[in-house]
Design a protein around this ligand. Structure first.
Ligand code: PBG
Length: 324
C-alpha cells in the first residue's frame, strides 16, 4: 500500500490539537455593532430583511448598548433616521439631530463604550443620495462642506470616532481640517476608503430608509471589477489623515482586504454588510445551511484576509458564542 510521506491530517485529529495550530482567532474585541436610531419613545421596530436588527428610539438604543458592552464588544456604529428629510439633508448636521442626541445619551450612561458615527447624507436627503444635487448630479465639493459640518456636530456631541461613508473625493481631508481647527484633533477618522457600489446594501436601505430616489450610487461608489483603484482610494485617504481604513462589502471583496492589509500599515476594517448578513439568515431559516457555522466561517474569513476590525450585524450573536 502507498504510504504518503507527509500527513497534515495528524494535526487535525481532535479539537484540542486543532486549537493548538489554529492560525486565526476571533474575539469580541474585533467587532463593531451597527445600530439604527430613530425619533420617538419606546420604538423598537424590527427590520424585516435583517432579523434581530431594529430601528430603535434612544432609550432602547442605550439598553442595546449596555448589552453590547456586557458582551465585551468595544464599539458601536450609529446610523440616524431623521424626522424630516430635505434636499440638503439638514438633520445630518443639526446639533438637535437624532444621532447627536443618541451620542449624548449613550456616552452619559456608558462613558467607556466607543461611539462611532456614520458620516453621510443619504439617510437625511429627500433624494436619498450621499451629496448635494445640482442639475441631477451629485456635487463633490459642495458636499464636502456639509460632511465636515456633520462630522463636527457628531464630535461636539461626544462621538469618539467619525466614519465617512459617502465616497466623495477629499472628504477625509475636509473632515480632518474642520475637526482640527475646531479643537477635535484627537478624534480619529475611520474612512470607508474602498467602498463599492454593491447590491449587498439592499437590506440596509430598508433599515436606514436611504434608497436613492433616482439613479444609483455608481458615480461615487467604486466599480466592482477594480482592485488597483481600491489601493489608490486607500492611499488618498491615508494621505488625507485617515486613522483606520475600511473595505466594504467584505465577503465578495476579501482580495481587497488582503491587498490593503499587505500594503498599508494602518488598522484595516471590513464591513460585513447587510446583504451578507441577510443571506445567511435567510438560508438558515429555510434550513439550507447551518446559520451559526456560516456566520463564524464568514467572520473568520474576513479576519484571515487581514481585517483587524469587523463591522457586523452578527456582533452580538458571535460575541455570545465566543464568550461561552
Ligand atoms: C451610507 C451607508 C450605506 C451602508 C453604510 N453606510 C449604504 C449605501 O451606501 O447605500 C451600507 C451598510 C450595509 O449594507 O450594511 N452611505
Amino acid at each position: 500500500m502507498f504510504q504518503p510521506l507527509y500527513r497534515p491530517r495528524r494535526l487535525r485529529s481532535n479539537e484540542n490539537i486543532r486549537r493548538m495550530v489554529r492560525e486565526t482567532k476571533l474575539s469580541p474585541d474585533d467587532f463593531i455593532y451597527p445600530l439604527f436610531v430613530t425619533h420617538g419613545k419606546g420604538v423598537k421596530k424590527e427590520i424585516s430583511s435583517m432579523p434581530g436588527n431594529f430601528q430603535q428610539s434612544i432609550e432602547n438604543i442605550v439598553k442595546d448598548c449596555e448589552e453590547v458592552q456586557g458582551l465585551g464588544i468595544p464599539a458601536v456604529l450609529l446610523f440616524g433616521i431623521p424626522e424630516h428629510k430635505d434636499e440638503a439633508g439638514s438633520e445630518a448636521y443639526s446639533d438637535e439631530g437624532i444621532v447627536q442626541h443618541a451620542i449624548k445619551a449613550i456616552k452619559n450612561k456608558l462613558p467607556e463604550l466607543i461611539v462611532i458615527t456614520d458620516v453621510c447624507l443619504c439617510e437625511y436627503t429627500s433624494h436619498g443620495h450621499c451629496g448635494v444635487i445640482k442639475n441631477g448630479t451629485v456635487q463633490n465639493d459642495a458636499t464636502l462642506e456639509l460632511l465636515a459640518k456633520e462630522a463636527l456636530s457628531h464630535a461636539k456631541a461626544g462621538a469618539d470616532m467619525v466614519a465617512p461613508s459617502d465616497m466623495m473625493d477629499g472628504r477625509v481631508g475636509a473632515i480632518r481640517h474642520t475637526l482640527d481647527s475646531e479643537g477635535f484633533s484627537d478624534t480619529p477618522i475611520m474612512s470607508y476608503a474602498a467602498k463599492y457600489a454593491s447590491s449587498f446594501y439592499g437590506p440596509f436601505r430598508e433599515a436606514a430608509e436611504s434608497t436613492p430616489q433616482f439613479g444609483d450610487r455608481r458615480s461615487y461608489q467604486m466599480d466592482a471589477p477594480n482592485s488597483r483603484e481600491a489601493l489608490r482610494e486607500v492611499a488618498l485617504d491615508v494621505d488625507e489623515g485617515a486613522d483606520i481604513v475600511m473595505v466594504k462589502p467584505a465577503l465578495a471583496y476579501l482580495d481587497i482586504i488582503y491587498q490593503v492589509k499587505q500594503q498599508f500599515n494602518l488598522p484595516v476594517a471590513a464591513y460585513n454588510v447587510s446583504g451578507e448578513f441577510s443571506m445567511i439568515k435567510a438560508a438558515a431559516k429555510l434550513g439550507w445551511i447551518d446559520g451559526e457555522r456560516a456566520m463564524m466561517e464568514s467572520l473568520i474569513a474576513m479576519k484571515r484576509a487581514g481585517a483587524d476590525i469587523i463591522l457586523t450585524y452578527f456582533a452580538k450573536e458571535a460575541a455570545a458564542l465566543l464568550n461561552k
